[in-house]
Structure formats: C-alpha cells, structure tokens
Design a protein around this ligand. Sequence first.
Ligand SMILES: [Zn+2]
Ligand SMILES: [Zn+2]
Length: 375
Amino acid sequence: MRKINWLNTFFLTATPILGISGTIWLIMHDAVAWQTVIFTVILSFATGFGVTAGYHRLFSHQTYTAHWSVRLFFALIGLASFEGSILEWCADHRRHHRFVDTNKDPYNINQGFWYAHIGWLLVNDPTKRNFSNVTDLQNDPIVAFQHKFNIPISILVGIIMPMLVCSLWSDVIGGFFIAAMLRVTLAQHFTFCINSVCHFFGHKTYSEKLTARDNWFTALFTFGEGFHNFHHQFPNDFRNGIRYFHYDPTKWLIFGLSKLGLTWNLKRVELKQIVSARINYFEKWFSVRESCAKTASYYSKFFSPARGKTLSILMTLEQTAKAYQQFKDKKLAQNKYVHSYRLRKRIYRMYLKRQQKALAESMTQLSRITKRCPV
Ligand SMILES: [Zn+2]
Ligand SMILES: [Zn+2]
C-alpha cells in the first residue's frame, strides 16, 4: 500500500475548491473585473509557455538552446504553475519517456486514466525521487537556484504577484481567486491532460506500440502539446505539431524567439525519418492483416504504388533541398549578379514549396488508402 502525499493532496484539493467557488461567488456578486480576466489569460499563457517551452522542450529534451534571460524567465514563470522545480519535473518526465507504459513510468497510463492524470501525484514520495537522469541540469546555476528556492518563488510568482498586479485596479480578491487559484488549477490540469488525455484519446500516427496519441483538440489547451504520438517518437524535435496548420503556439514562440536571436540551434528531425516512420506505421497496419487475401491484393494494387510515388517525391525534394543549400552556401555573385541570384533563389523556393505540397498530398493519399482498405 502506497503512502498518501498529504501536502500534494491538500494543495490539489484546496486550489480547485478555492478557485472555482471563489470565481462563482465573484460572478454572482457581479464583482469580476475585466482587467483581472485579461491579466489571468496573459499570465496563463506565460505560465503555460514556462512549462511547455521551458520545462518540457528546453530543459527536459534540450530541443533548442536559449539565452540566459529566456531560461531565467521560463524558470521563474514556470513555478507559477506549482508543478515543482525544473529538476523534479524533468527527472519524472525523462523517466516517463524512457520507461513509457511500464511500471517505471511515473505516470504510467496502464495504471488507469486518473492515476496518470492526478493519482500519481497523490502517492508521490518526493524523498524517493531519483535525480540521476538530470545531472546535466544540476550544473546549470539557474536550475540549481530555482530548485533551492522552489516553494518561496512559487508562492511569490504564483499567488503574491497576481494579487499585487490586480491591486492596481483594486481587485486583490479577484487576484487571489481568479488570477491565482483558478489559473493554477487550470494550468495544472492542462499539463495533467498531456499525461492522461494524450495517452488515451486520439490517433496513433507514427508508432502503434506507444499509448501516446496525436490529438488536435488537446493541443488547443496544452499550448500545442497535443501531438503526443509524434513527440514520443521524436522527442528531440522542438516542434510537436509539424505541419504549418497544426496548432502549436509553443513551436511558434520558440521559432519567433530565434528570429530575435534569443533562441538558436532549433532541432528538427529529418523529413526522411518522419516520412519513414509514417510509412512504417501503415506497413505494420497491413502486416497484421496480411492473412486476409482481400487485404493482400488491395495492398499490392493500391498501397504499394502509392508508397513508391511518395518515396520518389521525397527523393526529389531532398535533392532540390540539397541543391538549394549548396547554392546558398556558395553565395553566388551576391553583388555583381544580384538580380540573377535573387531570381534563382525564388525559383528554388517555388520548386521546394511545390514538392513539399506534393509530398503532403501523397502522404494524405497513403492514409486514405489505408483507411479504405476492406478488412
Ligand atoms: Zn507522454
Ligand atoms: Zn516530452
């Protein structure tokens, strides 16, 4: 029998009770200040990004490098979610990736939806947490400082700061109930959804053996973390939603900061690896059904040629991308033939765009063919 973590249990019970009942009480008394609502939304996004862009994609997976000011900002604002220090969060999260869906996974979905969502925190013994997988982070002075003063900073940025800001428009009570308690509740449960909902609802897009799933709906309130099957398959990519239309504001933030020179070395998995993983997924889907004669003939008649077409588009795209890179590296006559240089650059980009579009269409076609297979 596991021991209950009373501190976690008290906090995770008290914050929603105070946040929800306090907000309802304020609404019933028509005492909700619009400034408090706007501030709560802004702080929610900042806290969310502190966890997703900071704790998760920067500190846990090191998918990019960031200026010390960005790391410090994420380290401080991330604590406003009361999800523990970077060291604690990353030790659990790295273990989750390494031992996913096994008993060594701290939030193992196979122990039940609610266990993965919140139950694991109620029986979590912090004295038994093993930091052997975060030694690289222990050497970071910002991470070490944040870990040492975890609780006082959390109270300062998560409760006192929102109340002080809301006091500017004389709404300290709204600051406590809405900008602190309700926001903390939402921030925590949004993060918890990644461990529960994202391992329970949605599509397995790249790996059938993982419980992690891609789900655009969850991405809407997890700041883009909903594409979780891709993330588990390629945890070193700074993106979770790889298509331009995938709602992944964390990816856009990291990319935007790179344009300002505040982040760099953004890691992307090679397109070839992504396409191969997707094709492998389809192949496995057919392989478990190959005993059926109808499926086998459908596979060779429709899937096989479509796969060949996709791979040939991918090859052409890679060749064009390589030629474009070589062309850019040479910096051909940037001064003397500047017009010719720009024109050729434009042509390369046009070709690349067309081939990327063709590849995307071809992948969609493969998916359609798989779905329509008569099983
Ligand atoms: Zn996961
Ligand atoms: Zn992760």
